[in-house]
Design a protein around this ligand. Sequence first.
Ligand SMILES: Nc1ncnc2c1ncn2[C@@H]1O[C@H](COP(=O)(O)OP(=O)(O)O)[C@@H](O)[C@H]1O
Ligand SMILES: [Mg+2]
Length: 342
Amino acid sequence: MGTAVLVFDARFRLVSINQAGEVMLAHSARHVCGRRVNELVLNAETIMEQITGSLASGRVVNQRSCLLELPDAASLRVNCTFTPMTDTAGNHEVLLELRQIDHHLRVEQEERLITQQQATHELLRGLAHEIKNPLGGLRAAAQLLEREISDTGLKEFTHIIISEADRLQSLLDRMLGPNNLPNIQAVNIHDVLEHVRELVRVEAGERLLIKSDYDPGLPDLQADRDLLLQSVLNIVRNAAQALENDGVITLRTRIQRNFNIGSHKHRLVARIEVIDNGPGIKEELRKQIFYPMITGRSDGTGLGLSIAQAMISRHQGLIECSSQPGKTVFTILLPLDGKHEP
Ligand SMILES: Nc1ncnc2c1ncn2[C@@H]1O[C@H](COP(=O)(O)OP(=O)(O)O)[C@@H](O)[C@H]1O
Ligand SMILES: [Mg+2]
């Protein structure tokens, strides 16, 4: 990403922006020009101060390592340079250059996440194979038994064994089976989120509030609806559990333009956030929660997030997480223009 260049007038209104600036703010020039800086950046105080300072002194001002919180994109850390200028009509303006400093770090972290997801996927696939064979044996044995039994009351039990074995089998096939391509179709992500909201509301009860903040302009995704649903459900359930069914979960969607997932550039990416106001992820778990068998709960399996991640990475997507007490955000990023390979 090159240097973002933004020009503001003395009333803090954006006059012009270059392409790197559009990418950084995740909006087109048409959309942001004419807006005040505090409409573009949530924490605009520092920038406004420096614009005023550089206009008053007529000097170039540098501000290192400034964290920009953007309303519609991930926050980013930048080095800023403010240069006072005068336009052709004699109006005072400030040219602001922004250079992102943690971009490389982020790509590197994402690459690591993707590698880790692939490793998880392989592991789960191996596990699925190990389960599938004995499962087949179990089912066959139950079928034989069913034939030998005349008591209909007992037949009910063999019936449960067989139907549960079938359910497990198809779950394993759908998730990981080598010949089972995901069932890709147009999916409205808001339908999926509403479905999850309903399920978790029923499970959690009255004291859990699940809010929605949807971007109505988000187009349909090309995805496997069941896999997507399961991934979101795993994440929202974790949030409900962390809140002990008492708190607020927000489901938020946004479009992200010209966004990188790992080292892949995407023109359009769907950003799905699950935000909860719970205690946050325990420090000692933070770096490992996406690994299988890592759990912070006595009755946990530690599989929820690794399965969610394996499913999302089958859609060339990524799950990120940031957490502090009072605010935990799980972000699912899914390309809206991606190819779909298993
Ligand atoms: N929203 C959250 N808030 C706090 N901790 C969380 C949250 N989501 C996940 N975790 C932590 O991550 C762990 C792993 O989650 P997961 O992979 O779904 O396994 P499980 O739910 O079976 O423990 C959880 O046990 C919990 O400690
Ligand atoms: Mg879980």
